[in-house]
Design a protein around this ligand. Sequence first.
Ligand SMILES: NC(=O)c1ccc[n+]([C@@H]2O[C@H](COP(=O)([O-])OP(=O)(O)OC[C@H]3O[C@@H](n4cnc5c(N)ncnc54)[C@H](OP(=O)(O)O)[C@@H]3O)[C@@H](O)[C@H]2O)c1
Length: 313
Amino acid sequence: MHGKVAVLGGSGFLGTHVVHAFARKGYEVKGCSRTSGVDARDENSLLTYLRQAQPDMLINCAHHGGGIAYNARNPVAIFEDNLLTGFNALRAAAQSGVRKFVNLMGNSTYPGALDLHQESVWWNGALHPSVISSSMPRKAHWAQGWAHHQETGFCSIHLVLPNLYGPGDHLEPTRSHALAALIRKTWEAKQAGADRVEIWGTGKPIREWLYVEDAAEGIALAAESYNEIEILNLGSGRGCSIRELAGLIGDALDWRGRFVFDTTRPDGAACKVADVSRMKSALGWFPPTGLREGIHKTIAWFLSHNSCVLATR
Ligand SMILES: NC(=O)c1ccc[n+]([C@@H]2O[C@H](COP(=O)([O-])OP(=O)(O)OC[C@H]3O[C@@H](n4cnc5c(N)ncnc54)[C@H](OP(=O)(O)O)[C@@H]3O)[C@@H](O)[C@H]2O)c1
């Protein structure tokens, strides 16, 4: 089905790559967001846009959130903005002739106590308190999609992604995630001739990382071929400890110092890794970029954008 695709949040980190992934497949694809005049918190703004653009598919990459400290300071705005944005997007899609809606969410929508994220246990436990405001709206959007599917057969799919990294990642201290923050800190240590970089926690927690171009390709593929209301994990299914990750980044930057772990700081969950067997059978696909290769590509992007990075300090 080649046709028109609208990417809400198409100017963001993931959205930019999703726009490119659909364009590579031959779709007519447009991104929209507040900067292009579409504020999805306002249903009329979105409906007007969709009635004019008439896309076949709407991909929701819009997001309000930041790093741990930002999220802890702004839970009300994060909850309300994400709830309203996704709610309006799905509702406006169903009302304006869109044939498929794609809801994207992080693996923090899984119960906080679970190590292995299997689709069948997505509802089996409480969210970690630190992610309630950002993750509960996504679960509500799944319920909204389920209700539309029950009543009218409207098709929405709901994809769960692990931590993303790659070109275009946020490097500002208030918005960055662990991998981008580590690249920046290690590079800054190298520039300053420092021989140590401090990392919060023991370095033992295991996390899964998905290269953002692979994530975008998987999303485009799922949008084309996956039609079930049941959620679907996208990822590599492989975990890496923070200590190993730091080692890979230090090697890639050719930095000879050492990482020091501040064990007085909390670790968070011990392990967060997806079971991707349904992804492999449903899409016949596996993300092609290994972590080492992805880190090298991300660092190449980071180094070529040094001046912008420094401007955000
Ligand atoms: N980044 C990750 O590691 C990660 C991991 C797993 C899942 N995800 C999922 O991926 C999606 C995108 O994340 P991201 O990291 O790409 O976020 P991001 O870089 O912060 O981008 C957010 C996008 O949303 C747009 N936006 C924000 N508020 C809006 C509104 N009210 N109306 C319309 N557009 C709005 C922003 O553009 P304007 O400022 O122009 O409005 C921007 O284009 C989210 O669903 C997130 O849960 C991300």
